[in-house]
Design a protein around this ligand. Structure first.
Ligand code: GLA
Length: 390
């Protein structure tokens, strides 16, 4: 399947519908700044050239019909535009339905409804934000078809609201923001406290960004994710008994060290430590990239993984085995888990001439340690959610 065929497929699945328009939204990889977004810190993701594509057209009878060529078992999902509700049976379709719902909450109306056909080449369940790319593909399609004129940053917020309040996953803004705002050959340094952002050119001088998929599905992520979030929020509350701060991301390491005893639970203290130190590492990493110091950038990635392993405790056996295998290889500047954790992917910076050896050796070591066969993708930074015109 290739995305140009999607319009033709649309006509097969939705005969008699209006002629569709084609849109896409990318997945993302986060280079550094993990579990900092909902802690009011910085993240440093880039959008990828893996995308979710959607062919979409308006209807006239108040219905929404959704179909995905990636989830054919679910079949056609039909909903009434005036009665949108989450339903586990709707499976993947809860993501785009949540986008309709979040737009309605902003007072936007969809007249007669719409038909949407999805297909994507994003690896699913790999922690590369396939769900955010579905949300943003839907959001950019509806924004364009219905002429709402919302800015891309607003589409990101709509995607996050769909996921938080309709799907029920309490994620931060990073994934939706990266999918909405991605820029070819650039990473995005985003302050999640203010949504101030800057594009950073990814000038990697003979170094590749390799994504190493553990192929361990990241199940259970939702409950553990929400637990980490609650622990960080409680730690913040205790710090606020003395400090005038709104988020852990506002603290320097020094301020944290001076006040950490306010956090009574040692586990919550570790969580907060990660959030504070990871935020500072992210800012430093962006500086190092701008100076062309990829060696220093790589070391910060390694430190990030160790902190996620020991203090935030979101890595697990497979991600640790992959990172450790990566660290041993020649030509590796750094490697760390990326995304929510508990399975999913490691991201590594590898000198181009060592990439082939890296893949072979890491695959062997990782498979011996875990029994899973990994996949590797060379990442290139791509553009954000948009219409594709012929
Ligand atoms: C998931 C969430 C993001 C972010 C990361 C961890 O990808 O969707 O909002 O919190 O985990 O950095």
């Amino acid at each position: 399947m290739k995305h140009p065929e999607l319009k033709q497929k649309f006509n097969e699945i939705f005969p008699a519908a209006q002629a569709p328009r084609l849109f896409c939204a990318p997945a993302r990889v986060n280079l550094i700044g993990e579990h900092t977004d909902y802690n009011g810190g910085h993240v440093f993701p880039c959008a990828l050239t893996f995308n979710t594509y959607v062919a979409a057209a308006k209807r006239t009878d108040g219905k929404i019909r959704l179909y995905s060529l990636n989830f054919e078992k679910t079949g056609l999902v039909e909903a009434d535009i005036n009665h949108l509700a989450h339903d586990p049976k709707q499976d993947w379709a809860n993501y785009p339905l949540g986008v309709f719902w979040a737009m309605q909450r902003r007072g936007l109306s969809f007249d007669g409804g719409a038909d949407l056909l999805f297909w994507g080449d994003v690896p699913l369940g790999a922690g590369l934000s396939s769900s955010a790319s579905i949300e943003l593909a839907a959001a950019v399609a509806l924004n364009t078809l219905f002429g709402f004129g919302l800015p891309q940053t607003e589409l990101a917020k709509i995607g996050q609201e769909a996921e938080n309040k309709f799907v029920g996953m309490n994620c931060g803004i990073m994934d939706q923001f990266a999918s909405a705002m991605g820029k070819k050959d650039h990473a995005i340094l985003l302050d999640c406290n203010t949504l101030h952002y800057e594009y950073a050119p990814l000038d990697l001088q003979g170094v590749s960004i390799l994504i190493c998929n553990t192929n361990k599905p990241h199940n259970l992520i939702e409950s553990k994710y929400n637990e980490r979030r609650a622990q960080s929020e409680h730690a913040l509350k205790q710090l606020q008994s003395k400090l005038d701060i709104n988020a852990l991301g506002e603290l320097t390491e020094e301020a944290f060290e001076q006040n950490k005893e306010l956090i009574t639970d040692p586990v919550e203290r570790k969580r907060a430590k990660h959030a504070v130190y990871e935020n500072r590492r992210t800012l430093l990493a962006a500086q190092k990239l701008a100076q062309g110091d990829l060696e220093a950038f790589g070391k910060l990635m390694n430190a990030s993984h160790i902190s996620l392993r020991d203090d935030y405790e979101v890595t697990g056996k497979e991600l640790d085995a992959m990172a450790e295998a990566a660290w041993q290889q020649e030509g590796v500047l750094g490697a760390r888990m990326t995304g929510g954790g508990f399975g999913g992917c490691v991201v590594a910076l590898v000198k181009n001439e060592h990439v082939e050896n890296f893949k072979q050796n890491v695959a062997r070591l990782y498979q011996a340690a875990t029994g899973y066969r990994p996949d590797f993708y060379a990442a290139s930074a791509g553009d954000g959610a948009r219409e594709l015109k012929d």
